[in-house]
Design a protein around this ligand. Structure first.
Ligand code: HEC
Length: 172
């Protein structure tokens, strides 16, 4: 069956089954297969974490922890575990893809069916978030598979050589 036809069929089945949160795509295998200046990627080319046998994490996971704590923790709780305001991202990242996460963070989300007014602000204009979105994604991906535990990672790889230049040019 051609790809588009299969996609259409899956979409129709999911729609017909009325599963509002069913997703055809999943984040996939998080194993790191390549790396570019200290940023690891999985087999699909999406950003991922790398944790050594000694528990040492890649630099992006560490930066992600710091940026998460500064920009997301106030609503989503310490270590991504959720709060009375906002859902657990440790759970959400088990099924959200990289593209879905970037879309939600940049554009926001409002749960119209919730009894409470739950609003995820759109942070697409916030450089403190968007310049670090890959790091935040990588950290939360590691939390969702339990590769990284609660709290600040004890040890991390050194800052990659090109990191500061890329950071400065993004932050302007
Ligand atoms: C002002 C509070 C607030 C802040 C700050 C915030 N969020 Fe949210 N976020 C929410 C709420 C509330 C929801 C649930 C919205 C809904 O259900 O429609 C949410 C939903 C999400 C979702 C979708 C979860 C799902 O199950 O589909 C993601 C992903 C997310 N937030 C990531 C982030 C990240 C990453 C940051 C930091 C860069 C962040 N949020 C900062 C309040 C916040």
């Amino acid at each position: 069956m051609p790809n588009f036809a299969r996609t259409l069929l899956i979409t129709l089945i999911l729609t017909a089954s009325g599963a509002p949160f069913a997703r055809a795509e999943m984040p996939g295998d998080p194993a790191a297969v390549s790396q570019d200046d200290g940023k690891y990627a999985d087999k699909d080319g999406n950003p991922t974490y790398k944790v050594g046998p000694d528990g040492k994490v890649d630099f992006y996971s560490y930066t992600g922890f710091v940026r998460y704590s500064a920009n997301c923790l106030q609503c989503h709780g310490p270590d991504g575990l959720g709060s009375t305001y906002a859902p657990s991202l440790v759970d959400a990242f088990k099924s959200l893809t990289y593209n879905e996460v970037v879309g939600i963070v940049a554009g926001g989300k409002k749960d119209v069916s919730a009894a409470q007014d739950l609003v995820m602000p759109s942070l697409g204009e916030n450089k403190n978030v968007m310049c670090y979105i890959d790091a935040i994604y990588i950290y939360l991906r590691a939390r969702s598979t339990d590769a990284i535990g609660r709290g600040r990672p004890a040890d991390h790889e050194p800052k990659p050589p090109g990191y500061s230049d890329a950071e400065n040019s993004c932050m302007g």
